[in-house]
Write a protein that binds this ligand. Structure first.
Ligand code: MSP
Length: 648
């Protein structure tokens, strides 16, 4: 049997988990379940990364020991994973004794091999990220290139890991192999880190104690990233006796991470493995962030949606489905209550739920629940059967490329096809005609079989709900397998259905959004104070000055302003733009009253194509910036500038 080893990052228990943390874990869980269904011997690892200055500081603030602090939060992580039905095979905590001792051995081994040496570190340190940076790596404001917060000068005696011997091999790994998924991310890594010359990495700290002591120099603790990355190996028994499946499962088949920790997994991790002469993992799948109002969802921003609250309202499976369906590998996915509820309603309640309940209800109504064995083929059957049987192959391919959203999209195409088949074959008309019973039985059987295939594949993504579907369509345990998901005609011709509860109830969108907004409002009040503040939206693609010159930005005076009727979000502004005046509609009504703007000069994008918003014509756009509380702040230029003044 082939093995398959998949890992999530190990999470910092520096605060409770949020929906953003759920994505990787739910995605890895779905892939692990799929691979198990395909017959692989799967190892799915997750865990917590418990050392470091940040944890030490948080524990101190709370007046508990770091160990007590992490123990409490790890309980919340574990209960969330159980709530979300995460089928991990192993959970590693970096405070586990076996891991601590293994990391000590690894550090010593790297030292003995000459890859770690003692030196003096002078550099810029970002406390929240626990990362040292060189001057050239800082952002344009001289801040941390990862989180854009302030860095401080720091200097300490430290051990270093030699990176340069591995530069060529790493460049090849990123450009010539399919290690990195998506591969398009290789350019930024090569330009930012490899081309300027890979600098040696500082791998020990003396400024705090909550870490793994270096055995041969105990005032040093091992840099938290070295400690953390090796979890992928120690959890299998590498350099320890607690487990014994390193030979079986290493190298990992998939490490899945979000983009902010790609550098550690794409450069530092391969270098350390090379130094230990260990085989490299096969794939590093990098996804974007779940964002909220355009910013990374994070505890410190107070924009966190509690997965327990959402799960309680809609069920863990609906949340799993939503985050998996929305996130495309390599891009960010914006979370909003509205998108989530609409997605649940359209795909789960109207799409799949409706298909199951209509089919089962008709089998009950016309045949008392048990289909007769007579059959009569007809138009549309072949197309449905062909699509249903081809589905498994398409899903396989997307799972192998960690493109879960696309796998789900394929499955829901078949759900739509089946709903269309009901409209085409009109079983309610067939049901009125005694001579059409064999045709009706065929139509219903084809629908039940399609549901069986779809729900078998979906059970990896929505593991709680699909067994309820099987119960309703009368599928037996032996009907549900990977092998049978590629075949049509598996259930007996005289299958018996069982009417049951609605699988995904429809949600009242407006009512729910109001209630969720109240909950989120309450949460942001309670949210931990940002020790660090604001995380800006991701930088856009590089453009040339000519690209920029295409946007015509001008100063304009707000002469009049009023709310757009029937819209809570829009204001309609009359502007003096220096060219005779224009009307612009802007989505800032939540944050500005008309009187806040009248008489002020603003900046507009003056050469945008006109559009109609809520039926009102808009000729341009008012420039505004993201604020840490999720609102938009209008940019007010020097008020003495004349109307029409061009911004260059
Ligand atoms: N401890 C390190 C990982 C060490 S792995 C050897 C760490 N932990 S973390 O808890 O901060 O983040 C864990 C993962 O969750 C990262 O991949 C991170 O990017 C991801 N996410 C945190 N917030 C997220 C979103 N809002 N959206 C998607 N993923 C998010 O980094």
């Amino acid at each position: 049997m082939s093995k398959f080893y998949i890992t999530t990052p190990i999470y910092y228990p520096s605060g409770n988990p949020h929906i953003g943390h759920c994505y990787t874990t739910v995605a890895c869980d779905s892939i692990a379940r799929y691979k198990r269904m395909q017959g692989y011997d799967v190892m799915f690892l997750t865990g917590t990364d418990e050392h470091g200055q940040k944890i030490e500081e948080k524990a101190k603030e709370k007046g508990v020991t770091p160990q007590q602090y992490v123990d409490d939060i790890v309980k919340v992580f574990k209960s969330l994973w159980s709530y979300m039905n995460i089928s991990y095979d192993r959970y590693i905590r970096t405070t586990d004794d076996f891991h601590v001792q293994a990391v000590q051995k690894i550090f010593k081994e790297l030292y003995d091999r000459g890859y770690i040496y003692k030196g003096e570190y002078k550099g810029k340190y970002c406390t929240p990220c626990e990362s040292f940076w060189t001057q050239s790596q800082l952002d344009e404001n001289g801040c941390c290139p990862e989180c854009h917060r302030e860095v401080k000068e720091a200097s300490e005696e430290a051990y270093f890991f030699k990176m340069s011997p591995f530069a060529d091999r790493i460049e090849k790994l990123l450009t010539e192999t399919d290690y990195l998924q998506p591969k398009t991310r290789a350019t930024e890594l090569i330009n930012n880190f490899i081309k300027p010359g890979l600098e040696d990495l500082c791998v020990s700290r003396t400024s705090f104690t909550w870490g793994i002591p270096v055995t041969f120099d105990p005032k040093h603790v091992v840099y938290v990233w070295v400690d953390a990355l090796f979890n992928y190996c120690t959890a299998l028994g590498y350099m320890n006796e607690a487990h014994d499946d390193f030979a079986k499962f290493w190298p990992a088949d998939v490490h899945m991470v979000a983009k902010d920790i790609m550098r550690f997994h794409a450069i530092i991790w391969p270098a350390m493995l090379m130094a230990m002469d260990l085989p490299l993992p096969k794939h590093l799948a990098v996804h974007g962030w779940i964002t909220f109002n355009g910013q990374k969802m994070s505890k410190s921003l107070g924009n966190v949606v509690d997965p327990f609250i959402l799960g309680e309202r809609y069920g863990a499976d609906a949340i799993r489905y939503h985050i998996l369906r929305e996130m495309a590998l390599g891009a960010d996915s914006s979370f909003s209550n509205e998108i989530m509820i609409n997605r649940i309603n359209s795909d789960l309640a109207n799409g799949l739920g409706n298909l199951v309940s209509r089919t089962v209800a008709m089998a009950a109504k016309y045949f008392g629940g048990t289909l007769p064995e007579e059959r009569e083929a007809g138009e549309f059957d072949d197309e449905l059967i062909a699509e249903a049987t081809a589905l498994r192959g398409k899903v396989d391919a997307f799972i192998d490329q960690t493109q879960i959203n696309n796998a789900l999209a394929e499955i829901f195409k078949v759900v739509s096809r089946a709903n269309k088949y009901i409209d085409e074959t009109t079983p309610w008309i067939l049901g009125k005609d005694e001579s059409k019973k064999a045709r009706l039985a065929t139509v219903l059987y084809n629908l039940l079989e399609t549901i069986r295939i779809v729900s078998t594949l979906l059970s990896c993504f929505m593991p709680t709900t699909m067994p309820k579907v099987w119960e309703q369509i009368g599928a037996q345990e032996s009907d549900i397998s990977y092998e049978n998901a590629g075949k049509f005609g598996v259930m007996p011709a005289n299958v018996t259905v069982h009417k049951g509860d609605i699988i995904f109830p429809r949600i009242d969108v407006e009512k729910e959004i109001d209630e969720l907004n109240k909950i989120i409002g309450g949460q942001s009040g309670e949210a931990e104070k940002a020790d660090d503040g604001f995380e800006p939206a991701e930088l856009g693609e590089e453009i040339t000055i000519d690209d920029f010159a295409k946007s015509d930005l001008r100063v304009a005076l707000v002469k009049a302003c009023e709310k757009v009727k029937k819209s809570k979000k829009l204001l309609c502004l009359q502007l003096d733009d220096g060219f005779g005046g224009r009307q612009v509609v802007s989505g800032i009504a939540q944050w500005y009253k008309p009187e806040d703007l009248i008489g002020k000069k603003v900046i507009i994008v003056a050469n945008l194509k006109p559009v109609k918003l809520c039926g009102v014509e808009s000729n341009g756009m008012i420039c505004a910036a993201d604020a840490p509380d999720g609102s938009a702040k209008v940019i007010f230029p020097d008020q003495d500038l004349p109307c029409g003044s061009k911004i260059r």
